[in-house]
Design a protein around this ligand. Sequence first.
Ligand code: NAD
Length: 291
Amino acid sequence: MQEESPVKVIDGRKLSDLLLEEMTQEVQERMQEGYPQPGLAVVLVGEDPASTIYVRNKIRCAEKAGLFSLVKRLDASCSQQTLDDVVVELNEREDIHGILVQLPLPKHLSEERIINLIDPTKDVDGFHPVNVGLLSSGQAKLVPCTPLGCMEMLKREMGDLTGKHAVVIGRSNIVGKPMANLLLQANCTVSIVHSKTIDAAALCRQADILVAAVGVAELVDKSWVKPGAVVIDVGINATEVDGKRKLVGDVNFADVADKCRAITPVPGGVGPMTIACLIKNTLTAAKQHDI
Ligand code: NAD
C-alpha cells in the first residue's frame, strides 16, 4: 500500500474549473436579470506560437463561461497607429467590457503606449497606471490576473493570511510587485527578493509563504524553503529532458515537495488560475456599469 504524502499539491486546474463554474452561473443569472452579456476582446499581434496558444485558451475559457468574445488579429508588421486605432475602437464599443492586448508585442511597437491607451475600466490585465495606483492605495479594481489567481489559491489553502511572512521572488510589474501588494493588503509581512538581492535563499528560508516568479528553471531548491511553507510556483520555463520538451517551474518540485505544507505544480498550478482570473476581471469590469 502506498504511504499517504503529507504534502498537498494544490490543483490549479480543479480550482480554476470551480471558479469558472461559479462565474458561468453568475453570468447566466446577470443576463436573466437583464444585464448585458460581458464581452472580452483580445488583440493578438503577429503569430508567436506561445501567444497564439495563450489567446486560444483565453477565448475558449471566456466562451465556456458564457462571455461574448472576439479576437482582433493584426499582422506582426502593423504600425503603432494601426494598433492604437484598434484599441481606441474597442475602448468605445459598448459590447466590450474587457480588453487585453497579448504581450509581448513585436519590438517596433510600444507596450507602454498601448497599456496606457486602454480604458482603465476595461483593462482586464490590470496593467494601466490607474489600476496599479488603485491597487497600491488599497482601492483595487482590476488586478493583474496571475497574482489574483495566486491569492485565490493561498486564501483557499490557508484561510486568513494575517501575520504570515510572505517572500516574493521577482519584482516585475506583471507578477512580483502586484503580488507583494496583494499580500500586504492581506496583512502579511512581505519581503521582495530580486536579482540584486544578497543571499536570496536565506531570506526565502524565513517565508511561511514563498512565491517564485523569476523565470529561471528550478532555481528554488529545498535549501530555500522553510519546513511547512506554502510554495506558489509562477514560473513557466521550457526545458528539454531526454530530447523531449518539458515545462518546469522556478521551483525544483521533486526536491522541495516533501519539505513544504503545500505546493503548486507546473504545469497545472498557477497557469489555469491566471485564465480563470481573466474571466473574473471581465465580469468585474462589466459590473462597473451596474446602476
Ligand atoms: P520578469 O523577467 O519580468 O521578472 C523576473 C524577476 O525575477 C525580476 O524582477 C528579477 O529581478 C528576478 N530575478 C531574476 N533572477 C533572479 C535570481 N537569480 N534570484 C532572485 N530574483 C531573480 O518575469 P515575469 O514576467 O515576472 O515572469 C516570471 C516567471 O513567471 C516567468 O517564468 C514567466 O513565464 C512566468 N509567468 C507565468 C504566468 C502564469 O500564468 N503562470 C504569468 C506570468 C508570468
